[in-house]
Design a protein around this ligand. Structure first.
Ligand code: NAD
Length: 356
């Protein structure tokens, strides 16, 4: 097949991990007989430096025209001080909104060989297999922001339609998995959460009666996530709660560097990115973990390009590399030599199937 992929490396470790994603896409194209046209575009801090805009119009239009967007990470201290007039994060929010990418899927699984890389006990995390569905284009991150000399406020607002569509995404996903959906809110305090709970209950009862629905308050969900993570299947929640809980859930897998994400809207296209940020503390040293990016490439192949065999081959190759001990510093066994980002990428390439 022919596919156009817009590649946005971004800042910090973004370009380092994306370089491995590009290698893998080229190799898969060659071995499976596809034509992937990859176009690298400026985005985030790098784009602010180049033209003063974190999402230049040419980058946005290339993303709109592409079959999928592969993104590294954006941001860094250079653009985050209180004096910063334009921030890289503004570009990311604008891109998600412009592409209508309202559903952020974040699968979390624990590779058996990495159970000891987590700070949690092996017996708690072994066998974890859950997916977060985070609402991505509404809530407090997008509501009106105000500031005067004495106060500041961020409006948290959700419409019924916004909740319905994300619950449908989560319900369909749960139906294809273990038929268990946990909806997370703060309905004992927030009006938006009361609406969230009402709409979720209604949509699930009417359209997904075969899926078990459970409601949890965000504070106790945060606790249960590390106490009994195996009990979760699909979790659906609003933008900010999802942002926080998915970083917590990343620690089940052992490192932020392992987890992928897909941000989807109505059509087939989507934005695929590792869940981590630009990691300025390790940027430029070639030691970042590329596996979250490579798992994101697998999601891209499956969900936007409709190539499940290629996606599965890539996931198996990452799994095989990890089993064989190909570990970057964040997941390395103490006392052993950690692989560089490029070496970890090469370990995955060497486990991809040859063309038959
Ligand atoms: P971060 O995810 O960049 O880093 C947190 C910690 O995890 C750091 O110690 C880092 O070294 C480590 N880490 C992250 N990814 C790793 C990888 N692939 N391999 C090994 N270790 C890894 O979060 P932060 O430090 O809070 O934020 C840094 C910058 O990234 C900020 O400017 C923030 O706004 C931005 N950010 C961007 C995104 C995004 O692009 N979607 C997401 C989160 C944060």
């Amino acid at each position: 097949m022919k596919a156009r992929i817009a590649v946005l490396p971004g800042d910090g470790i973004g370009p380092e991990v994306i370089a491995q994603g590009i290698r893998v896409l080229h190799t898969l194209a060659e071995r499976f007989g596809h034509e992937f046209e990859l176009t690298e575009l400026p985005f985030g801090g790098a784009a602010i430096e180049a033209c003063g805009d974190p999402l230049p119009p040419a980058t946005l239009s290339a993303c709109r025209e592409a079959d999928a967007v592969l993104l590294g990470a954006i941001g860094g201290p250079k653009w985050s001080g209180p004096e910063a007039r334009v921030r890289p994060e503004a570009g990311l929010l604008k891109l998600r909104a412009a592409l209508g990418a309202y559903a952020n899927l974040r699968p979390v699984t624990v590779h058996p060989a990495l159970a000891d890389a987590s700070t949690l006990k092996r017996e708690v995390i072994e066998g974890v297999d859950l997916v977060f569905v985070r609402e991505l284009t509404g809530g407090i991150y997008f509501g009106e922001k105000r500031r005067d000399a004495h106060s500041a406020s961020d409006l948290c607002i959700y419409t019924v339609a916004e909740i319905e569509r994300i619950v449908r995404t989560a319900g369909a996903l749960a139906r294809a998995r273990r038929r268990h959906l946990t909806s997370i809110d703060k309905s004992n305090v927030l009006e938006t959460s009361r609406l969230w709970r009402e709409v979720t209950t209604r949509v699930m009862a009417a359209e997904f009666p075969d899926v078990k629905l459970e409601h949890q308050l965000v504070d106790s969900a945060a606790m249960h996530l590390i106490r009994r993570p195996r009990d979760f299947d699909v979790l659906v929640t609003e933008n900010m709660f999802g942002d926080i809980l998915t970083d917590e859930a990343a620690m089940l897998a052992g490192s932020l560097g392992l987890l992928p994400s897909a941000s989807l809207g109505k059509g087939r296209s989507g934005i695929y990115e590792p869940i981590h940020g630009s990691a300025p503390d390790i940027a430029g040293r070639g030691i970042a973990n590329p596996y979250g990016t490579l798992y994101s490439v697998a999601l891209l192949l499956r969900l936007s390009l409709g190539l499940p065999e290629e996606a599965q081959a890539l996931e198996a190759a990452i799994g095989a590399a990890i089993t064989a001990g190909a570990r970057t510093a964040d997941i390395a066994v103490p006392g052993t030599r950690a692989l560089s980002t490029a070496e970890a990428g090469a370990a995955v390439l060497s486990n991809l199937p040859r063309r038959t």
